[in-house]
Design a protein around this ligand. Structure first.
Ligand code: PHE
Length: 475
């Protein structure tokens, strides 16, 4: 037997770390943009229903699997299935998926780090120039920034669960909350802010279509860090006395509250910058929102706040997003690191070095996908789209869009039909005696057995049809 399994030092530490994983770029930018384009309050309502009805049961299932097995996803699915080969394969999928998502998430975090450094040294005018982003993502400075982000992630993870992950979350998360609230207060006191608020909150039910429903569910699933093995791995670091359902509810609440609050910052900022904007025409992606649109808003602040004031606001914004991204990156990278440690019985630092080297190789291939090397920029064609996809697009499509819901589906099937509801409840009720036989427990059991896997299967099938065969099944 190796050393006893590492553990979080406190329940608060666990909740902050899990919330740190869940709160990411998706909350701060993806969610507000998605809400603005898809019916405002109507989208918010639908999102909230998905979080409660679908995502929370899956989160509880993942945490319970981790705590029962005291292992990473590969170890959990292998040991709880009694070594079944098929489920071991599913276990592998829950290691490879977070690794590959870590690859593309690292690249975006590196860009944010670069923008943070540039805005803090007062280069807002450069960042606001539309040509800058392309220069930046194909320039040499990118590699310095990548080294910087990797060093930070390494420093946190080498400290282990308690001294690394938990400690970082306890510093970064409160700082993030304070900065977010400060930004919201600042933005809401700008001119025309209320028009943005109205656009964000007033529901427009006509916008809701099958594809909007699909995207709200995917967004909620991703935002809560589900299907990536993270909650299984973090669940394996908590003790049997902790109350899992309450912890999951707190993590879900925090994540949703941050996403909602981020909307109170982004939309009023957009309207105060340009009162006649139609947010439905806003940038296609969160990426262009962060790296092209927002820097222009920050630059315009110079008129009222001066050079230093505008740079300070921009720096706080990028620091906020950077903190959110780092805690997510740490959580996702911990999954393959923990799996390698236990599979090969090696020390944390060796595992970090091995996984880290692989991460660098793949991340470079992604970073080369934006014009630096043709091979990676026009990597592959599929789905009947004329323009070839880059290596970055491929990783995004396959792992983020496609495999994530599949992993969620497999977790539901595993818990309900292989591990079985009774064994699941036995573990779940440890530390949560009131949960036993409660309405909520029966709901979670029922949902995991029936409609959640059906929903996830539909999303998976629809994505495969759309992405790789060029025809949508729904929407
Ligand atoms: N929940 C994160 C977000 O909303 C997504 C994420 C988590 C990405 C963990 C990577 C790792 O941005």
């Amino acid at each position: 037997m190796g050393a006893p399994r590492e553990q979080f030092g406190s329940r608060l530490g666990f909740i902050l770390a899990a919330a740190g994983s869940a709160v990411g770029i998706g909350n701060l930018v993806g969610f507000p943009v998605g809400a603005a384009k898809n019916g405002g309050g109507a989208f918010l309502l639908m999102y909230a229903i998905f979080v409660v009805a679908i995502c929370l049961p899956v989160m509880i299932a993942e945490m319970t699997l981790g705590r029962a097995s005291q292992k990473d996803p590969l170890g959990a699915l292998t040991s709880l299935s009694g070594g079944n080969k098929g489920w071991r394969l599913a276990g592998w999928l829950s290691i490879i998926t977070p690794f590959m998502i870590a690859v593309f998430y690292l690249v975006i975090t590196v860009w944010i780090f670069g923008y943070l450094v540039e805005s803090s040294i007062g280069n807002l005018d450069v960042l606001a120039d539309p040509a800058t982003f392309n220069h930046f993502i194909t320039g040499n400075s990118l590699f310095f920034y990548m080294a910087g982000v990797l060093a930070i992630v390494y420093l946190i993870l080498q400290g282990g669960v308690k001294q690394g992950i938990e400690k970082a979350a306890k510093i970064l998360m409160p700082a993030l909350f304070v900065m977010l609230i400060g930004m919201v207060i600042f933005v809401l006191t700008r001119e025309n802010a209320m028009a943005g608020l109205k656009f964000y909150l007033v529901p427009d039910f006509d916008k809701i279509s099958a594809s909007v429903i699909n995207s709200a569910l995917s967004q909620a699933f991703f935002s809560l860090s589900l299907g990536m093995g993270i909650m299984i791995t973090y669940g394996s670091y908590i003790d049997k006395r902790s109350n899992l359902p309450t912890s999951a509810i707190l993590v879900g609440l925090t994540d949703t509250a941050v996403a909602f609050t981020a909307g109170l910052m982004i939309l009023p900022a957009i309207f105060s910058f340009n009162p006649s904007v139609n947010p439905s025409d806003l940038s296609e992606s969160s990426i262009s929102m962060i790296f092209s649109y927002l820097p222009q808003i920050f630059l315009a602040l110079q008129d009222t706040l001066g050079y230093i004031g505008a740079s300070a606001v921009a720096s706080i914004f990028f620091l906020l997003v950077f903190f959110a991204a780092i805690t997510s990156l740490v959580s996702i990278f911990e999954v393959p690191v923990a799996a390698l440690m236990s599979e090969k019985n090696i020390q944390r630092k060796s595992s970090l070095l091995i996984c880290g080297s692989l991460l660098v190789v793949f991340a470079l291939m992604c970073a080369f996908s934006f014009g630096l090397f043709d091979f990676f920029t026009s990597f592959i064609s599929y789905g009947g789209v004329d323009k070839p996809k880059s290596f970055f697009d491929l990783v995004y499509d396959v792992f983020y869009e496609t495999i994530l819901p599949l992993n969620g589906l497999l977790i539901c099937l595993f818990v309900s039909y292989k591990w079985k509801t009774q064994a699941f409840n036995n573990e779940l009720d440890k530390g949560a005696p009131d949960f036993k036989n409660s309405f909520l427990e029966r709901y979670v059991n029922f949902a995991l057995r029936t409609f959640i896997p059906i929903f996830l299967a539909i999303i998976f099938a629809n994505t495969v049809a759309l992405k790789y065969f060029g025809t949508a099944l729904i929407g």
